[in-house]
Write a protein that binds this ligand. Sequence first.
Ligand SMILES: [Zn+2]
Length: 280
Amino acid sequence: MNQPQDAATRRAVKPVICYPPETLPEPDLSLYAAARETAEKIDEVLVAPREAASIKVPAGHFLKMSSVEGSQVGDLNLFNLHDLSERFYSGKTRALHGTHVTTGDRLWSSFPTLRPMATVTTDTLDWYGIDEFGGSVHDVIGTRCDPYTGKVLSGTDYHHCCHSNLTRALADARKLPLEESERHVHDVLNVFMCTGFTRDTGQYFMKASPVRPGDYLELFAEIDLLAVLSACPGGDCSSEHTSDVAACHPLLMEVFRPGDGTLGNWSQPAVNGYDRSHGR
Ligand SMILES: [Zn+2]
């Protein structure tokens, strides 16, 4: 391989953080924690293994996603309840918060609204950090397992991929034809999934999730949300997905409403304030 003479010098340039988090609006986690203390459960749905289910989460409420029965990964889509075109933007969330999210990070919506849809308020796996392989939990780097990639890689037709599960669950929730529902399904937050990039080849990897029954990830809904969660056919994602081979378990979604007045002067974030009058 031909290298320029100054290759080492060019590589030695120090990186800078693209979006320093200091300039992001800070969530008031202590306010959320106080509101959660008195919150009451108002709804729940059990997501069957290798299927998806949806639940409405009003602004100012909490969505708790729990592992029950066994180690299981979930693929989450989030929509503005009133406008499916405003949806979770995993790429921008990654650019702002890093490859994996945990307590205090926000889940951002697509353009042109680009605002926090939800804030992570509790993550019982926050102790995991980044392991010796570069792996961590709750990634925003994977897309979602889907039948099309399975077809390309192994020639299979498998219908319980997260993409397909999310498509069916959204179609059920909104009474949409499957073809239309599919167009709204987007790259996910990989709840409980343990992933990273190999250090030597930069390839996307997964490994058995450290999640155990009782673990949960809890979000505060900053706007009215429709949450759709798929219990991935990969189970704990220790070996494979896009098949019926892995042991799979359900996931529980629960919604909690804070007591009156406990959210102080919290108000839902406005749509992005960028002034488009001088061009895009
Ligand atoms: Zn999946």
